[in-house]
Design a protein around this ligand. Sequence first.
Ligand SMILES: C[S@@+](CC[C@H](N)C(=O)[O-])C[C@H]1O[C@@H](n2cnc3c(N)ncnc32)[C@H](O)[C@@H]1O
Length: 200
Amino acid sequence: MSALAFIKEFITRPAQVASIIPSSKAVTKKILDRFDLTKRCVFVEFGPGEGCHTRELLRQATPDSEFLLFEINHTLARHLEQQFKHDKRVHVIHGDAATLPQELAKRGIQQCDYVLSGIPFSLIDIEKKRHMLKGVYDSLRSGGIFVIYQVTDELRRHALPLFQRAHSEYCLLNFPPYFIISFFKEPKEGDSASQRNGKH
Ligand SMILES: C[S@@+](CC[C@H](N)C(=O)[O-])C[C@H]1O[C@@H](n2cnc3c(N)ncnc32)[C@H](O)[C@@H]1O
């Protein structure tokens, strides 16, 4: 998909697509540094758009990992299906990221290791935002990480009561500049070894 086609989707649905151009390579690099892809993982991505981060994540991930891509925009979802049709690790879900718990259950996946999100949380109403954050927290294994990139860092105050810790940085090498924030679901005493190690 050309950058022009992405721009067209932004012009048609600005509140949904939320960015006029795909993220820069600098953002992708910073995002990739946040995950350990050397081991099998169940990786969830909210709002992959035209797949700029997904392509790099797949390049580094193990052959037995699984990727669930939630993309609400019809044109972008079809494009992702086409782009990754030969990669058995990828499942494109043309729908709302809010359905994560149900989509995992449908596939018999108990928990995931990572959730990466580029969706515009700041435009989502507070009740839905809280509901989605709870869904992400419950879907992550203990020790799992939720990473977001967006224009504001307002999600911190909604996510931190749930997650135990956050790490934030500001990336100027993007238009618009993004906060990249990791929220950590720390292992708790009493977690089983399989919960901590991310066996699915
Ligand atoms: C800011 S763009 C990010 C696109 C791409 N990941 C990038 O970095 O260039 C946000 C993306 O989230 C998608 N999106 C917005 N709300 C969504 C939702 N509730 N569920 C799934 N995808 C959503 C949009 O269609 C768009 O592709």
